[in-house]
Design a protein around this ligand. Structure first.
Ligand code: NAI
Ligand code: MG
Length: 491
């Protein structure tokens, strides 16, 4: 059966019911309950997914625990090769996965395709690294041999968000698997489909039963049960600050370490001497990619005074040309994830105006398309930096625009915020670029670009954007213990 398809027909039929993935099979939830997954471009139900609760999470953790000895003892190079096979199959399944992502998340198809590519890159990068994580020998004295080895931490839990469902889930799953850990993944309730489809891909590529398990369900049920589980050894969480704090509190009771990636309110600083054409395109990409539902969105545009009026005029012209429409039609910008989230973003736009900001573009639900959770690309100027819209993550297509006169003022404004995830700096002055990069409290700085870097680039936050690093070699360290062995050599 194919779920109802009002204005389009997917090339691949979407199953109506999806189950949990535990060990090597699809199984119903213990309660036999389901929850609906919606299509945000139509507001209609796409399919339904088994609703995991504590008992199901427990089964998944047990399965992961049982699989641990075998997976961690496998020669690292073999594990790496299996991961490369997973990457290959991910790429082969790109069209199907991208379609599932677009149907449940709403983003344009080309963005979904890129996301699948990025997910595959994670398996390529960490698959290649699996047998290259070396220990050290420490020359303390001729009478001792002291060396370190890195061991997997054990069962790792991953709680992932809906904005980049597959890509962000696999960003932490890939390094965890590479070094011999097993995995229980709780995908976001809005978008669990690609994680479930991926489980089969992984299994067919040769990953043994129980190494990877998926428990779709609601945050306060499946998510909380996973975060509180006594038999997990690490949690990777990506999502809101409030939920991150709760996850950390639950983990703390069992002395389980966490890695938190909690979003941001990232500054994008344009100096008058920048290549303004590039800066304009970069600004558009920074805020309207995935309808602004991006942890590292450039949601605060800081413009140097001498270029302010000219740049804002060009920005308005460029923003006008953004085609809002269903992701399946590969529009420029798709809908927001849910009606509730759109209400929240509209609430921020209202609050911003009450706080003194001027709405110069957008701010409304567009006349077309009628169905779905669309919102116009929105620009706010005259925003006081103390305003909520300047300080809080809106997670929508809403750009707040500020004026600065000196580099020092730009850095001050950039840092005058509880978050510190990324920052963009546009200038042709090399010295200034490096000085500003040094002054900003954020995990990654982009110069004359936005969203640059790759799977090899460590990624993570300062301040309330979280801690720990995803991607890069750094991520591997979160998923290993370092063990020191010290051997007395004298008689
Ligand atoms: P959330 O942080 O509540 O959800 C993220 C994940 O955590 C989901 O899998 C969810 O099921 C799970 N979760 C929720 N409550 C939980 C709990 N009590 N225990 C364990 N797991 C739990 O984020 P939500 O509600 O989807 O979005 C709210 C805001 O969070 C957004 O508007 C945005 O500002 C921010 N956000 C940031 C993201 C990022 O990329 N850093 C991604 C998603 C949301
Ligand atoms: Mg939430």
């Amino acid at each position: 059966m194919v779920a109802s398809t009002p204005s389009w027909r997917p090339a691949v039929p979407i199953p109506e019911e999806w189950l949990l993935w535990i060990r090597d099979e699809e199984i119903p939830a213990r309660s036999e309950e389901f929850f609906p997954v919606m299509n945000p471009a139509t507001g209609q139900k796409l399919c339904q997914v088994a609703r995991a609760r504590a008992a199901d999470v427990d089964s998944a953790v047990r399965a992961a625990e049982e699989a641990l000895p075998m997976w961690s003892a496998m020669p690292a190079a073999v594990r790496g090769c299996i991961m490369l096979e997973v990457a290959l199959r991910l790429r082969e399944t790109e069209t199907e996965l991208a379609l599932l992502e677009t149907l449940s998340n709403g983003k344009p198809l080309r963005e979904s395709r890129q996301d699948v590519g990025k997910a595959a890159e994670a398996f390529e990068f960490y698959g290649g690294l699996a047998d290259k994580l070396f220990g050290a020998t420490i020359p303390i004295s001729p009478d001792y041999l002291n060396y370190t080895v890195r061991e997997p931490v054990g069962v790792t839990a991953h709680i992932s968000p809906w904005n980049y469902p597959l890509r962000l889930a696999l960003r932490s799953v890939a390094p965890a698997l590479a070094v011999g850990n097993t995995v229980v993944l709780k995908p976001a309730e809005e978008t669990p489909l690609t994680a479930l489809r991926f489980a089969k891909i992984l299994f067919e590529a040769g990953v043994p039963p129980g190494v990877f398990n998926v428990v779709p369900g609601f945050g306060p049920e499946a998510g909380a049960a996973l975060a509180s589980h006594r038999r997990i050894n690490h949690i990777s969480f990506t999502g809101s600050v409030a939920t991150g704090i709760e996850v950390m509190q639950r983990a703390a009771r069992n002395v389980v370490p966490v890695t938190l990636e909690l979003g941001g309110k990232s500054p994008n600083i344009v100096f008058a001497d920048a290549d303004l054409d590039q800066a304009l395109e970069g600004t558009i990409e920074a805020i309207f990619t995935n309808a602004g539902q991006v942890c590292c969105a450039g949601s605060r545009l800081l413009l140097e005074d001498s270029v302010y009026d000219r740049f804002v005029t060009r920005l308005m012209d460029r923003t006008k040309r953004i085609r809002v429409g269903p992701g399946i039609e590969d529009s420029d910008m798709g809908p927001l994830i849910s009606e509730e989230h759109r209400r929240r973003v509209l609430g921020y736009i209202r609050t911003g105006q009450e706080e003194g900001a001027t709405l110069i573009m957008g701010g409304k639900v567009p006349a077309e398309p009628k169905a779905g959770y669309f919102l116009e690309p929105t620009l706010l100027t005259d925003v006081p930096n103390s305003a909520r819209v300047a300080q809080e993550e809106i997670f929508g297509p809403v750009l707040t625009i500020f004026r600065f006169h000196t580099a020092e003022e730009a850095v001050y404004l950039a840092n005058d915020n509880p978050y510190g995830l990324v920052a963009g700096v546009w200038t042709s002055n090399l010295v200034r670029a490096h000085k500003v990069a040094a002054g900003i409290q954020a995990g990654q700085i982009y110069v004359n670009d936005f969203f640059s870097g790759s799977v090899a680039t460590p990624f993570g936050g300062y301040k309330q954007s979280g801690f720990g690093r995803e991607r890069g070699v750094e991520a591997l360290y979160h998923y290993t213990h370092v063990k020191s062995v010290c051997v007395r050599l004298k008689g």
